[in-house]
Design a protein around this ligand. Structure first.
Ligand code: C2E
Ligand code: CA
Ligand code: CA
Ligand code: CA
Length: 277
C-alpha cells in the first residue's frame, strides 16, 4: 500500500499537472482569441468623492471564450505573461481603449480612460513609440489616456521604470500608481516618477470601518499625496460608510461597486448621462 506522504505528493502532482495543462490550453486559445477578436473591454467609472460626477473610467479586459464563457483577467493575464503573449494582449487593450475614446468623443462624451500596464509592456523596447503611434492614429488627445502601473512594478526596476515613465510623460499621457499601500515605495520616489495619481488599494478601503490603523494610513497617504500635488483615488468602494470616511479624509475620486460595476462601452454613455442628473 502507498504511504500517506506518497499519495499526498501524487495528489499534488496531479493537480499541478492539471494546472499546467490548463495553462497550456489557455495560451493556445489566447493566441486564437487575438485573431478571432474574442477579447473585449469593460469600463468602470470613477466618480468625484463629493459630488459623484464621473471623472473617468478604468478599462478592464475580458475574454469571451468560445466554450468557457466570459473569463476575467485574473485567469488569463498571468497566462499571457508567462507565455510571452502579454505585449500582444496589452497592445490590443491600448488600441481598443484609444479607439473607444475617439468613438465616445464622436458622441460628444469626453472621457478619460485608464489602462492597466503589465511590467513586460514597460520593458518592451519600442513601447512608448508604439503608444504614441496608437494615440496619433486614433486622433485623440494623449491627456485622455492614463496608464495604471502597480506599486510593486513601479518599484521593481527603479532605473528602467524611471526612464519609461519619463518617456510616457513626454508624450503627454497621465500616470497612476495602482494598488498603492501594498508595496514599500516612498512618496518622494513616486514624485520623481512624475506620477499624477495614486490609487489606494481595496484592502485598505475594506478595513476603513473596522480598523483605526487603516484609517490612519489612508489619512496619512492622502495628506502626503496632496502635499506633493498628487490626486488620490480609492478603489473597491462598496459601502456608503466607506464613501463617508473617504470623503471626510478628502480623497479626490472613488471607484467601486457602490457606484457602478465594470460595464460594456455602450452602457457607459447612458450611465454618464444618468449620473449627471
Ligand atoms: P485592478 O487594476 O486592481 O482592477 C480592479 C479590480 O477590482 C477589477 O477586477 C474590478 O472589477 C474590481 N472591482 C472594482 N470595484 C470593486 C468593488 O467595489 N469590490 C470588489 N470586490 N471588486 C471591485 P477585474 O476586472 O477582475 O481585474 C482584475 C485585475 O486584472 C485588475 O486589478 C488588473 O490588475 C488586471 N487587469 C485588468 N485588465 C487588465 C489589462 O488590460 N492589462 C493588464 N496587464 N492587467 C489587467
Ligand atoms: Ca487598475
Ligand atoms: Ca487597483
Ligand atoms: Ca487592487
Amino acid at each position: 500500500a502507498k504511504r500517506a506522504g506518497g499519495s499526498a505528493y501524487a495528489f499534488f502532482e496531479a493537480h499541478m499537472n492539471a494546472g499546467v495543462r490548463e495553462q497550456i490550453e489557455l495560451q493556445r486559445d489566447l493566441r486564437l482569441a487575438l485573431e478571432r477578436g474574442e477579447l473585449l473591454l469593460h469600463y468602470q467609472p470613477k466618480v468625484s468623492a463629493g459630488r459623484e460626477v464621473v471623472t473617468g473610467v478604468e478599462a478592464l479586459v475580458r475574454w469571451q471564450h468560445p466554450t468557457r464563457g466570459m473569463l476575467g483577467p485574473a485567469l488569463f493575464i498571468p497566462v499571457a505573461e508567462r507565455f510571452g503573449l502579454i505585449s500582444a494582449v496589452g497592445n490590443w487593450v491600448i488600441e481598443e481603449a484609444c479607439r473607444q475614446i475617439a468613438a465616445w468623443q464622436e458622441q460628444g462624451l469626453r472621457l478619460r480612460v485608464a489602462v492597466n500596464l503589465s511590467v513586460h509592456q514597460l520593458r518592451q523596447d519600442d513601447f512608448v513609440r508604439r503608444v504614441a503611434a496608437t494615440i496619433a492614429r486614433a486622433g485623440i488627445d494623449p491627456r485622455q489616456l492614463t496608464f495604471e502601473i502597480t506599486e510593486s512594478v513601479a518599484m521593481e526596476d527603479a532605473e528602467s521604470t524611471l526612464q519609461a515613465f519619463e518617456a510616457l510623460c513626454g508624450i503627454g499621457v497621465h500616470l497612476s500608481i495602482d494598488d498603492f499601500g501594498t508595496g514599500y515605495s516612498s512618496l518622494a520616489y513616486l514624485r520623481q516618477l512624475q506620477v499624477g495619481e495614486l490609487k489606494i488599494d481595496r484592502s485598505f478601503v475594506q478595513d476603513l470601518e473596522s480598523s483605526a490603523d487603516a484609517r490612519a494610513i489612508v489619512e496619512a497617504v492622502i495628506r502626503l499625496a496632496h502635499a506633493l500635488g498628487l490626486k488620490v483615488v480609492a478603489e473597491g468602494v462598496e459601502t456608503a460608510a466607506q464613501q463617508d470616511v473617504l470623503t471626510r479624509l478628502q480623497c479626490d475620486d472613488l471607484q467601486g461597486y457602490l457606484f457602478a460595476r465594470p460595464m460594456a462601452a455602450e452602457r457607459v454613455a447612458e450611465w454618464a448621462v444618468a449620473s449627471r442628473r
